[in-house]
Design a protein around this ligand. Structure first.
Ligand code: SAM
Length: 214
């Protein structure tokens, strides 16, 4: 069944503009993009129709989401989106659906870091540090805290609602994410103000941090 998220509908064109701006100088090459926490599948099928030079891999932890993504693929007939896979961003990159090290040009995570625990944020940055190619981008979208402060009031209320749903959820602090990124070979390169007091954070992979597996 095709799930519909009104918030995803509202953010899809502003997000597309960011992707176009960040990736436009690579539009002549074939790119590979991974979406974490794809949810309904609305975003990825929308982006695919406008950015044909990117092959997209959608993913989510829930079967309900993957079912919805498959329904969007059937309905839109987009050719450049692969079948959705199970991917839990908390897991080490070796368990990221068989993706290889340095295989992705861009990874996107829309409203994922807010609706999950800090271990997901840690996994997103650790995994992206390994799965992205050098100079690849991790783009995260949603509302954030800045140095512990959340504005405007409706984002503060959202943060409270999220914490009531799950004490481990809530708006992450940009500075904390910046440090997490740094530790994993990524740099926060751009912070873009979006509609409804959301932001896009654009991180670039600058170096490969060696990981040790026992
Ligand atoms: C608020 S929804 C956002 C969905 C979609 N990106 C959007 O903007 O409409 C968060 C999504 O992240 C998924 N998710 C939560 N924790 C996750 C994790 N650790 N790894 C991967 N996906 C996760 C959920 O199943 C859900 O589909």
């Amino acid at each position: 069944m095709m799930l519909v998220s009104p918030a995803a509908e509202r953010s899809q064109d502003p997000l597309l503009s960011v992707l176009q701006a960040v990736l436009e100088d690579q539009a002549h090459t074939k790119l590979f993009g991974l979406e974490l926490g794809s949810g309904t599948g609305q975003h990825i099928t929308h982006f695919a129709q406008k950015l044909p030079f990117i092959t997209w891999q959608p993913s989510d932890i829930t079967e309900e989401s993957r079912k919805s993504i498959r329904a969007y693929l059937d309905a839109t007939k987009v050719q450049s989106v692969l079948q959705p896979v199970f991917l839990d961003a908390r897991e080490p990159w070796e368990k990221w659906a068989g993706l290889s090290q340095s295989s992705c040009d861009v990874i996107i995570a829309v409203n994922l870091l807010q609706y999950s625990s800090f271990s997901t944020a840690e996994g997103v940055f650790k995994g992206s540090g390994q799965i992205l190619k050098t100079n690849g981008f991790l783009i995260t979208y949603g509302p954030y805290a800045i140095n512990g402060v959340i504005t405007p009031i409706y984002n503060e209320e959202l943060d409270q609602r999220l914490r009531e749903m799950n004490p481990e959820w809530g708006l992450p602090d940009i500075d904390v994410l910046r440090q997490l990124a740094f530790a994993n070979g990524l740099r926060l390169e751009r912070m873009i103000d979006m509609e409804e007091s959301n932001k896009c954070l654009v991180f670039r992979k600058v170096q490969m941090i060696q990981t040790h597996t026992d």
